[in-house]
Design a protein around this ligand. Structure first.
Ligand code: SF4
Length: 286
């Protein structure tokens, strides 16, 4: 499953891992798990590289065509790497993650890649591998963490260690299950700043069993972002059932009469610098 995305803060999804296991309360109504079951049911007679296994089995993509999908999108796009799994799951090998980075850095550097994880501590290992390989963090890859409650604010600390001074780090506070600012908006702004956060997406949960999200919690995120100089994207207010959720997402995701849809600019990596190879010698004339 790769292609156009209906997620407002991205344009394409590139699914190279299938399957995951739950780590925290934000996983309770996992979208990937529900989609996985649907895709499995749709393909049960034909089989389909990973969806035919239980969701709890983590499968790395093995087909070269799927791995190279971003090279088939010529125009620069914002690409969410894995909407159906967590790329930094412990069962995804470091070698496989580095193959994905090779595609992002060397084969399709025109895109912006967004990677979210709830396994934040693994960012330190991946950052080390990327730095060892290319000497700096690629500006077109946005490392990120998902944080749904104060219990997981420590994922911010892991994020701080990824990349370098040009890295845009992203935070997804969705589904937001409680205020992330129990010590006030100033304190949250300080934490975002300390993590060198560049972009934050906030949103309540939606769907039949959505847990409530107070608009005041989202307003705190917006205010903390403003104080910390972080771009803020309000995805949805959240709501139970499809009708109510629809009324609180997209153009209806409004706080104090305003929409918030900031996104970081796109940067293409300088391939020559990252490949570690000298520029090709000019061909001899005649
Ligand atoms: S980490 Fe993401 S993909 Fe994995 S179970 Fe949780 S919500 Fe689902």
């Amino acid at each position: 499953m790769a292609g156009d995305s209906s997620i407002e803060w991205t344009e394409k999804v590139w699914n190279i891992v299938k399957g995951c296991t739950k780590v925290s309360a934000g996983c309770k109504h996992c979208y990937a798990e529900k989609m996985h079951a649907r895709l499995n049911a749709m393909n049960e007679t034909t089989g389909n590289n990973g969806y035919d296994k239980p969701f709890s089995v983590v499968v790395e993509r093995t087909d070269a065509k799927g791995m190279m999908t971003p090279t088939t999108w010529r125009a620069p796009r914002r690409i969410f790497v894995n909407s159906m799994a967590d790329l930094l799951h412990r069962e995804v090998s470091t070698a496989f993650i580095m193959r994905a980075f090779e595609v992002m850095v060397e084969h399709a550097p025109q895109h912006q890649y967004q990677i979210l994880t709830k396994r934040a501590p693994r960012w330190a290992e991946i950052s080390g591998e990327v730095m060892a390989r290319w000497g700096r963090w690629p500006v077109n890859v946005l490392p990120g963490v998902s944080i749904e409650s104060t219990r997981h604010l420590d994922r911010l600390e892991a994020l701080a260690s990824v990349g370098d001074e040009r890295t845009v780090r992203m935070v997804s506070a969705e589904p937001l299950l409680e205020s992330l600012a129990p010590d006030g908006v100033q304190a949250l702004a300080q934490r975002l700043k300390a993590a060198r956060t560049g972009w934050l997406i906030g949103g309540g949960e939606s769907g039949a069993d959505a847990r409530p999200c107070d608009a005041a919690w989202l307003a705190e995120l917006r205010d903390a972002c403003e104080l910390a100089g972080v771009l803020f994207f309000l995805k949805q207010l959240g709501g139970k059932g499809s009708t109510e959720a629809l009324k609180r997402g997209g153009e209806y995701a409004v706080l104090d009469g305003q929409r918030y849809t900031a996104m970081p600019p796109m940067h293409r990596v300088e391939v020559g610098l990252f490949s570690g190879l000298p520029p090709a010698a000019p061909k001899a004339q005649g």
